[in-house]
Design a protein around this ligand. Sequence first.
Ligand code: KIV
Length: 262
Amino acid sequence: MTSPVTVTKLLSMKQKGEKIVALTAYDFPFARILDGCGVHVILVGDSLGNVVQGKANTLPVTMDEMIYHTQMVARATENALVVGDMPFMSYQTSIKHAIKNAGRFLKEAGAAAIKLEGGATVSETIRAISATGIPVQAHIGLTPQSIHQMGGHKVQRDEDRLMQDALKVQEAGAFSVVLEGIPADIAGKITKALTIPTIGIGAGPDCDGQILVLHDMLGLTDRHLPRFVKQYARLMDNAKAAVTLYQDEVQTGRFPAKEHCY
Ligand code: KIV
């Protein structure tokens, strides 16, 4: 029997050099699949906006939407660590507001941790949320909530700044940090410098773990995919083939057959 993944287990996995497997999920059936496969961390990402809600970016995603989706994921999960992603403007306006919203993920949605974007500039928010007993995962490098400030989804290459951000969020109490859109050599140096686990997305193979957006890696999307995504399936093509076959069988009278009738 596998035991539930905790933040301390993730830390010991880093210490032992065991890779951490993380994916996003937004609903019950997919969370059930990931949990059943033994994925260590399920992030209910605000990428919800892109891959489920069909929006152009993550900025419009609300706290209530994140709570709703995190509830579904947490209900399906027995072992994975469920992390709720703090949406844009749920933690930037004040520390009090940030703590209240972080608390909702644990109290109302059943998550065991939260994630928020930013490095040194959000370190006091990370410190305050962690002090309440809520584990915080930081997210540095390419941070999609700052898309307008970054001028698009651009690889972040300022090594000094990235290293400072990583050290600062660790010092503030983050239990882990997502490294997104960072050259592999810089991500490797950050991973070596930190005692907390790094989870990479577009950050090369030397991170302590990897995460991808589920719908991207399963091919359940027709949106443009960044270079760092590997597609392990083509579920959109499979679904289209199934729907086309159903359509054909209904129209030609082959469905329902005898065995589907009472
Ligand atoms: O929202 C999200 O899915 C994320 C991951 C890509 C790390 O932040």
